[in-house]
Design a protein around this ligand. Structure first.
Ligand SMILES: Nc1ncnc2c1ncn2[C@@H]1O[C@H](COP(=O)(O)OP(=O)(O)OP(=O)(O)O)[C@@H](O)[C@H]1O
Ligand SMILES: [Mg+2]
Length: 370
């Protein structure tokens, strides 16, 4: 296996309507050759519909889908040179693992000896060698998923399409399989589109992430871009674990400076460049997005305008670090601290906010400011 050809996928203003339901709205996307793109978003946001349109399993209501510049709108699924892996594996129950793997090749009238060689090659890649004579019902969930993967690999398609392929596996197996899929894809460099509702899968696997909400693209970018500069509060809270804390704050201007008031007299001073952004938008109230790593314990440090005193409502141990839920004015926010640093029920601990890193969102529209 391996490739000597290019596979660039382009979506232009792709739409899908099911009667009155608009499942996908004007999606534009360019997937580069060999790229691994993850579509992520909450249930019902149109991920599967979009993937099925790319596969040709669903007609598109509007727009166009191109593979290497060739319009696919009228091309039948079997002629698109794409292989799809489904959540429920979709194996043939009456066939052995070897027959399941070789089925697509048999349909292409490949010689039996050649099929056998390919089946053995793929089985070796996925460590299925010892299971080739079993039927799917005699396999574990993880083994079934590897067969489903093998069935896609063996076709050596231009594009892999994955629809939540790991969601039926237990947490540990999922982590192992996501690495395995990524390693295989990196070796084969096959253009891939992967659908998941799991933002951790999206973050860990993607070259680029497409965040969808209600059929609309919110943001397209690398995992780091999306994590560090979410375009709105939806993306900010959807991506990242623990989730970004959102708190409404009143803005008080004083000379060049701006102070964010979180209630109960707790104020944090904004750096002047951020203050300028709020001033130019004439904002009196703001939604502040804080990631746990941007609040640190500051015991012993002096009182300054980026620190606040707080009680510790709850501490969750994660081993390498702890997540503390602390009070910030009228709000609760999460702080990432060293294990053992704070304890549930602590009173009057001092925390420091990394004011350069906090995210500012429009209080009603949710869009990023600055
Ligand atoms: N055949 C259909 N007829 C009518 N509405 C549909 C049909 N298929 C999907 N929908 C609707 O389109 C929207 C998008 O569905 P889709 O299955 O693409 O979501 P999803 O993002 O894959 O969700 P999940 O994470 O739950 O799998 C939903 O509102 C769904 O109810
Ligand atoms: Mg789906």
């Amino acid at each position: 296996m391996g490739r000597d050809r290019v596979a660039e996928l382009t979506l232009r203003a792709v739409e899908k309507r099911f009667g009155a339901v608009q499942a996908v709205k004007a999606v534009d996307l360019d997937v580069a050759d060999g790229e691994f793109v993850v579509l992520v978003g909450p249930s019902g946001c149109g991920k599967s519909t979009l993937l099925r349109m790319i596969a040709g399993l669903e007609d598109i209501s509007d727009g166009e889908i191109l593979l290497d510049g060739r319009n696919l709108n009228a091309v039948a699924p079997r002629d698109r040179d794409m292989a799809m892996v489904f959540q429920d594996y979709a194996l043939y129950p009456h066939m052995t693992v070897a027959e399941n793997l070789g089925f697509a090749l048999k349909m292409r009238d490949m010689a039996a000896s050649e099929i056998e060689a390919k089946v053995n090659e793929v089985a070796a890649m996925l460590e299925l060698d010892a299971l080739l004579h079993r039927k799917p019902r005699a396999l574990s969930g993880g083994q079934r998923q590897r067969v489903a993967l093998g069935r896609a690999l063996i076709r050596d398609p231009k594009v892999f399409l994955f629809d939540e392929p790991l969601s039926n596996l237990d947490a540990k197996l999922r982590v192992g399989m996501r690495m395995e899929i990524r390693k295989l894809q990196a070796a084969l460099r096959t253009t891939s589109i992967y659908v998941t509702h799991d933002q951790i899968e999206a973050m860990t696997m993607a070259d680029r992430i497409v965040v969808l909400k209600l059929g609309e693209v919110q943001q397209i970018g690398t995992p780091i871009e999306i994590y560090q500069r979410p375009v709105n509060s939806f993306v900010g809270t959807f991506i990242g674990s623990p989730p970004m804390s959102l708190s409404k704050a009143d803005v008080r201007y004083e000379g060049e400076a701006a102070f964010l008031g979180f209630g109960r007299g707790q104020e944090i001073r904004l750096p002047s460049d951020r203050a300028a952004v709020l001033r130019s938008a004439a904002i009196a109230q703001i939604e502040v997005g804080l990631r746990a790593e941007h609040i640190a314990l500051a015991d012993g440090g002096g009182e300054d305008e980026a620190t606040f005193l707080s009680d510790v409502i709850l501490v969750e141990e994660h081993g390498a670090d702890s997540i503390a839920v602390v009070r910030l004015g009228d709000h609760e926010v999460m702080a990432r601290v060293k294990p053992g640093g704070v304890h549930t029920g602590d009173k009057g601990r001092r925390f420091e906010m990394d004011v350069a890193a906090l995210h500012l969102f429009h209080p009603e529209k949710g869009g990023r400011l600055g």
